[in-house]
Design a protein around this ligand. Structure first.
Ligand SMILES: Nc1nc2c(ncn2[C@@H]2O[C@H](COP(=O)(O)OP(=O)(O)OP(=O)(O)O)[C@@H](O)[C@H]2O)c(=O)[nH]1
Length: 118
């Protein structure tokens, strides 16, 4: 009898970094839809989410509050700085604004994220 092997890929995701163009307001609805799909993915249920709002060097770009509102995250962010969520069963999620071309903002976001990665 021949043994059969079914290929299985096991991927462990430590975190999700979700980059949104804060200048492209017409696509916020699309960004929300994609983000919602990731947030409701069971395999990512306990994974921390860092949401980066990019292109804040452009004056017309959305503010952090505006982005949080349009992505439906107003009451879901878990707090900047060191917040201990270990026993709370709450997934870490925060919004940081950045400008990748100006090399600013995302450092704070990744620093925040690093406290939740084992
Ligand atoms: N002003 C500014 N431009 C940026 C920044 N980051 C990327 N870009 C520019 O935006 C342009 C398009 O890049 P993206 O917005 O990343 O495009 P994309 O996500 O690949 O494509 P779309 O899915 O169509 O948005 C490029 O010319 C980048 O140089 C930023 O922080 N500020």
């Amino acid at each position: 009898m021949a043994l059969e092997f079914s290929p299985m890929l096991v991927v462990q995701v430590d975190a999700v970094v979700y980059l949104v163009d804060a200048y492209d307001k017409e696509r916020f609805a699309e960004s929300k839809k994609e983000l919602d799909a990731l947030l409701s993915d069971e395999s990512l249920a306990n994974v921390p989410f860092l949401i980066l709002g990019n292109k804040i060097d452009i004056p017309y770009a959305a503010s952090e509050d505006e982005l949080r509102y349009h992505l439906g995250l107003t009451n879901f962010t878990t707090g900047k700085g060191r917040v201990n969520l270990t026993d709370s069963n709450v997934r870490p999620l925060e919004v940081f604004m950045c400008s990748i071309v100006r090399k600013m903002g995302y450092g704070e976001g990744f620093q925040w994220l690093s406290q939740y990665i084992k």
